[in-house]
Write a protein that binds this ligand. Structure first.
Ligand code: FES
Length: 165
């Protein structure tokens, strides 16, 4: 059941060094991370709500709700949480990088190969990093803590931060 730990090389821009990050193997106890399409068109108005506990880029803590069936990125955008999503949730950037806590991280389904590839581009990669657009909220994630990294790797030359739409 447990896959071998995936080793990653993370680039740390501040120190211009590379470090090896070992991502811990995950156990899939429930379905949680199918690719979540941007604007999935799901009717979630009657879906259950859960509580999400955020830690912002400056360490500030706040709470929002999350709707079962939406992605972490969608929940962030509904509440103006500072999580970019430059590719609009199609797993083609790393600007929706979030850091999860145990035990929630271990209970998520393993990331897809595409998500792993994009995570390789993420600033401040950790062993419990995920892409917010690829984690679909479930009831079991009620109370989950989601930390925003202090920076993201956005390839806009002028530093433009795209607005969700
Ligand atoms: Fe681009 Fe998640 S928004 S990978």
């Amino acid at each position: 059941m447990l896959a071998a730990a995936v080793r990653r090389v993370a680039w740390t821009a501040a120190t211009k060094t590379t470090t090896t990050v070992t991502r811990r193997p995950q156990q899939a106890f429930f379905h949680a991370s199918a690719a979540v399409a941007h604007g999935s068109g799901k009717d979630l108005k009657d879906a259950p709500r859960i509580t999400l506990n955020w830690v912002g880029k400056k360490g500030e803590e706040f709470t929002t709700d999350g709707i079962v069936g939406e992605s972490i990125l969608d929940a962030a955008h509904r509440h103006d949480v500072e999580l970019e999503g430059a590719c609009e949730g199609v797993c083609a950037c790393s600007t929706c990088h979030v850091i999860l806590e145990d035990p929630m991280f271990d209970e998520l389904e393993d990331p897809s190969e595409e998500e792993e590839d994009m995570l390789d581009q993420a600033f401040g990669l950790t062993p419990t990093s995920r892409l917010g657009c690829q984690v679909e909220l479930t009831q079991a994630q009620d109370g989950m803590k989601i930390k925003l990294p202090t920076a993201t790797r956005n390839f806009y030359i002028d530093g433009h931060v795209p607005k969700p739409h």
